[in-house]
Design a binder for this molecule. Structure first.
Ligand code: SF4
Length: 687
């Protein structure tokens, strides 16, 4: 006998997982979430979701949920009231600030939280504490995208919309695996590949999309700059540049042209491991398409030359006129649901809300006036790796982490652990007792996205509403409420009042950030708005039409390939290259997805090894190996796989039992310090 369940209510909200930003209809019976559907009317996902958005929701009432504030007393956590927790933090923070100054304090905000909460977190750190030491998890993913695109175009965000896939003639997918990491967009791209649209994939791994692509450039990890220089060289040589676009809208092209013209293609062929003939064909295919769309992911950014690669991708788009028209552009596939939004809100140490330079006196005055304070901190703050190093040097004393498992997700976990042990105060806001929370002095139980209102901004600059579905679990509070409570305790009265009200914070954000001017809670409606949003609420599907670059002209930069210090220093001793990746079923550190039925589908991380390498070490499918680097070692089961070339091994990092970041290193992108998770010098042995 089947029974029809009728929902008490169905609430439309935005998926909490990836930067695609799917809309979800969440059905509730007796206060419990019973199912999720994908609305056909949603512009982003048009009735589709992946198995994370639709099925991985049971984490919200998992028995592991933190429900009360916890303070560590004599090495053990004890439940305390919110008042006691707030008193503890206030007293400690004020005493640290008095003794060491405001710059001894800092915060790591969360791309998992809403725009309003990120805005409040950066405001609390800047206004109530008095330092620009605020950073977010973009530091470990897309900071090079924001930096590189700002250098090229003046704006660090996707130039086009995903719906432009319907109009493109060629897809250039660089260092991204969207069928696993951005599945709904990945499915759209896959359909086009299967229909025969010209497709170029640059990836050291034979991903599902690489197998379907017209051209797969399977380069050696870390040689992105070299392959893009090769492509540019052939585009110029084949006379496929769009000279009128270059002349009208850009600057410094001649320098770039001269630089790549002189490069030795045979040398770069050997370096990248990709035949120059294949690169030439791919370059011709991209440049001769009427409209070619670039997508990139962490395979671009998580490298020593990450920001430079983003600037070269921008060059390739500009030199072929693939900017400012439909079916073209540069479109970073943002990992976290709100990584775009967190940066927009000022969760970075050098730029405040709306990307204004915090070192600039006029900008400081602007923020001071908007926030109703006398002055703002006067110099830019520390990035996450700098906070960690400053802690080890005894200069940094208190860290406030909102919703991030830094110990598990940041590189070289032993290094991070040592720093956390040295802090005088570690505050963690979390849903669960993560590895980082275990080390905290105080843990604050946070509400999940089902339990609050707010907005997330997806990878195409679309600000969408997150609508409260159920009441808070236990005594949890939204991150936004915690920020407001603490600002009041620290002496700053948030003008929107003592209660967190997302609509009012949206209003404040629209007043502070010029490109959000026309955004209102009501105006966001069911499908959101893509910034910039004008006064009258008109949004923007595409940037840089007719060469309208924020910095005046699109700027060409030129670079040579530079070998990562990770390989220069360690490759002799550790001859294999480890590269990290993601699984469809799980999301990053797995804090949420491991507490859902997705864990039944996939409960292991594996090391993928090419059978030729495995044979040399007498390793068979099902064996386990100890993989080790200069930093540490972990044991991990093996999968033999031809998708990785000999010399390369790959793993995901969702399960804490593996803790792969014990072996990753401290080399990062030169400009942004984003860690190079994609090139780690390792070796391994059968156990
Ligand atoms: Fe959520 Fe991304 Fe899956 Fe959409 S594609 S349902 S946003 S995880």
């Amino acid at each position: 006998e089947t029974k029809t369940l009728i929902a008490d209510k169905t609430v439309r909200t935005t998926c909490t997982y990836c930067g695609v930003g799917c809309q979800l209809d969440v059905s509730v019976i007796n206060g419990e979430i019973k199912g999720i559907q994908a609305p056909e009317t949603a512009e982003v996902n048009e009735g589709h979701t992946c198995l994370k958005g639709r099925f991985a929701f049971q984490f919200y009432n998992h028995p592991d949920r933190l429900k009360e504030p916890l303070i560590k007393k004599n090495g053990k956590f004890e439940e305390v009231s919110w008042n006691e927790a707030y008193d503890f933090i206030t007293k400690k923070l004020i005493s640290i600030k008095n003794e060491y100054g405001a710059d001894a304090v800092g915060g790591i905000s969360s791309s998992r939280a809403t725009n309003e909460e990120n805005y409040l977190m950066q405001k609390m750190i800047r206004v109530a504490i008095g330092t620009n030491n605020i950073d977010g998890c973009a530091r470990v993913c897309h900071a090079p995208t924001a930096y590189g695109m700002q250098q090229a175009f003046g704006t660090g965000a996707a130039t086009n919309s995903i719906e432009d896939l319907n109009q493109t003639d060629a897809i250039f997918l660089f260092g991204a695996n969207p069928t696993e990491a951005h599945p709904v967009t990945g499915a759209k791209i896959k359909q086009l590949f299967m229909k025969g649209v010209t497709s170029i994939v640059v990836d050291p791994v034979k991903t599902k999309l690489a197998k379907l692509a017209t051209y797969h450039l399977q380069l050696r990890p870390g040689t992105n700059v070299a392959i893009l220089n090769m492509m540019a060289h052939y585009i110029i040589k084949e006379k496929l540049v769009n000279q009128s676009f270059i002349n009208q809208y850009t600057e410094f092209y001649k320098d770039f042209e001269a630089h790549v013209a002189d490069l030795d293609m045979s040398e770069l062929e050997e370096l990248t491991g990709v035949s120059k003939e294949l690169v030439k064909k791919a370059a011709i295919a991209y440049a001769s398409a009427e409209r070619a769309m670039e997508f990139h992911g962490l395979g671009v950014t998580e490298h020593y030359q990450g920001s430079k690669t983003v600037m070269l991708l921008s060059n390739i788009a500009m030199m072929t006129g693939n900017i400012g028209k439909n079916g073209a552009g540069l479109n970073p596939l943002r990992g976290q649901n709100n990584v775009q939004g967190a940066a927009d809100m000022g969760v970075q140490p050098h730029q405040g809300a709306g990307y204004m330079d915090v070192n600039n006196f006029e900008v400081q005055q602007y923020y001071a006036k908007k926030y109703g304070v006398d002055k703002m901190p006067e110099h830019e703050g520390l990035k996450i790796p700098e906070m960690i190093d400053a802690t080890l040097q005894g200069k940094f004393k208190a860290l406030w982490i909102m919703g991030e498992d830094t110990l598990m997700t940041d590189p070289n976990s032993n290094h991070i652990r040592k720093a956390f042990e040295k802090l005088d105060l570690l505050i963690v806001q979390e849903l669960f007792m993560s590895a980082t929370a275990e080390m905290a002095d105080i843990v604050l139980p946070a509400a999940s996205y089902f339990e609050k209102n707010g907005t997330f901004t997806n990878g195409e600059r679309r600000v969408q509403r997150v609508n409260k579905v159920i009441d808070s679990i236990g005594n949890c509070k939204s991150d936004g409420q915690i920020m407001i409570d603490m600002m009041h305790r620290l002496g700053y009265k948030q003008p929107t009042g003592q209660l967190y009200d997302a609509a009012k914070i949206v209003e404040e954000i629209a007043d502070v950030i010029p490109f959000m001017k026309g955004v209102t809670w009501e105006g966001l409606g069911k499908n959101g708005l893509q910034w910039p949003v004008k006064d009258d609420g008109t949004d923007t599907k595409m940037l840089h039409i007719n060469g309208n670059f924020k910095k005046g002209k699109g700027t060409f930069h030129h670079f040579d390939f530079e070998e990562t210090p990770e390989l220069v220093e360690h490759r002799k001793k550790f001859p294999f290259i480890l590269t990290t990746a993601r699984q469809l079923e799980h999301y990053n550190s797995g804090t949420m997805t491991r507490r859902t039925e997705n864990q039944l589908i996939s409960s292991n991380d594996y090391l993928e090894i090419n059978p030729l390498d495995a044979g040399k070490k007498d390793i068979s499918e099902g064996d386990a190996v100890r993989i080790f680097s200069d930093r540490g070692s972990v044991n991990i089961p093996v999968k033999l796989n031809y998708t990785v070339k000999p010399g390369i091994v790959r793993t995901t990092f969702h399960q804490p039992e593996i803790f792969i970041n014990l072996i990753t290193g401290n080399v990062g992108d030169k400009e942004t310090l984003t860690p190079e998770y994609k090139v780690v010098a390792v070796d391994f042995e059968k156990i």
